[in-house]
Design a protein around this ligand. Structure first.
Ligand SMILES: [Fe+2]
Length: 240
C-alpha cells in the first residue's frame, strides 16, 4: 500500500445522506434514536476479508437476460449493459470484489412477495445478479432497464428507474449499498429518496451514463456506473 493510501479519511456527512430525513418517511422510524457509538479500531478480520476469489460464479450470474429463464425465453424491456469500475477513494482499483445488484422488471415490479404493484411479474425475469470485479476492478452486467414505480410516501411519489447495488470493496468494513439511476430521467430530481442527498454533485455520482462506445449495435445500450468505496483504512458506514 502506498503511503498516501494510509491517510485516515473521515466520513463526509454532507456527501452521504443523513439517516433521519423526514421527507423520506420510513427514514424516521429507521434512523437511530440515540447518539452513534464511535468504533475507533476495526478488527483484523473486518479489514482483511472476506476473500471472494474462491467463489464459483454461475455462467449467467451477471446476465439477468438469461439467469432466471435458463434460456427458456427472454425478459420484456430495453436490453442494457451496466458496467463500471470499483475504485477506492484514492483511485486505486479494487480487484476480485463482490458486486451484487437487484432491480424491478421493465414494468417497475419486483419479484418479491411484498410487492403488490399493478404491473405484472415477468415470467422470464428474476431481477438479481452478482459478479466479481476483474484484476483491474471492472464489473459488468447484462439486464433490462427497470421501470419506475409508485410508492407510498407523499401523495404521488415515484421512484426513478434504478438498480440497487451492493459492493464490498477491499473488505467487509467497506461495504457500500447504493443505487444507479439513469442519465436524463426526469423523475430523479422529484424523488424524495434522492433528495435526502444535499450535495447535487453527490447525486451526479449515482447516475449511470449512456456510453455508446460500449453498446452493442442492434442489441444493447450500455450505461457506465463507477463505484467509489473507502480505502483500506476507513471509517464505518451506517449500513454495517
Ligand atoms: Fe427499488
Amino acid at each position: 500500500m502506498q503511503e498516501e493510501n494510509k491517510r485516515f479519511v473521515e466520513r463526509d456527512r454532507n456527501w452521504h445522506p443523513p439517516a433521519y430525513a423526514p421527507g423520506y418517511k420510513t427514514s424516521v422510524a429507521r434512523s437511530p434514536q440515540q447518539a452513534l457509538v464511535s468504533m475507533q479500531k476495526p478488527t483484523v478480520s473486518e479489514l482483511s476479508g472476506p476473500d471472494f476469489r474462491h467463489l464459483r460464479m454461475g455462467p449467467h450470474d451477471n446476465d439477468l437476460l438469461l439467469n432466471f429463464t435458463q434460456g427458456q425465453g427472454l425478459p420484456q424491456g430495453e436490453r442494457i449493459i451496466m458496467f463500471g469500475r470499483v475504485v477506492d477513494q484514492f483511485g486505486k482499483p479494487v480487484p476480485h470484489t463482490l458486486v451484487e445488484m437487484w432491480q424491478a422488471n421493465a414494468g417497475g415490479r419486483y419479484r418479491h412477495k411484498n410487492d403488490r404493484y399493478l404491473a405484472p411479474l415477468d415470467p422470464n425475469f428474476g431481477g438479481v445478479g452478482r459478479c466479481l470485479t476483474d484484476d483491474q476492478g471492472w464489473y459488468r452486467f447484462r439486464t433490462i432497464k427497470p421501470g419506475p414505480y409508485p410508492w407510498p410516501n407523499d401523495m404521488n411519489s415515484w421512484r426513478p428507474s434504478h438498480i440497487h447495488v451492493s459492493v464490498m470493496g477491499p473488505s467487509i468494513s467497506t461495504r457500500l449499498i447504493t443505487q444507479m439511476y439513469f442519465e436524463g430521467d426526469p423523475l430523479i430530481p422529484l424523488c424524495p429518496i434522492v433528495n435526502t442527498i444535499k450535495d447535487r454533485d453527490a447525486v451526479e455520482t449515482m447516475i449511470g451514463r449512456l456510453d455508446m462506445a460500449r453498446s452493442n449495435p442492434m442489441d444493447c445500450l450500455a450505461y457506465r456506473f463507477d463505484l467509489v468505496v473507502r480505502g483500506e483504512l476507513q471509517t464505518y458506514f451506517e449500513n454495517q
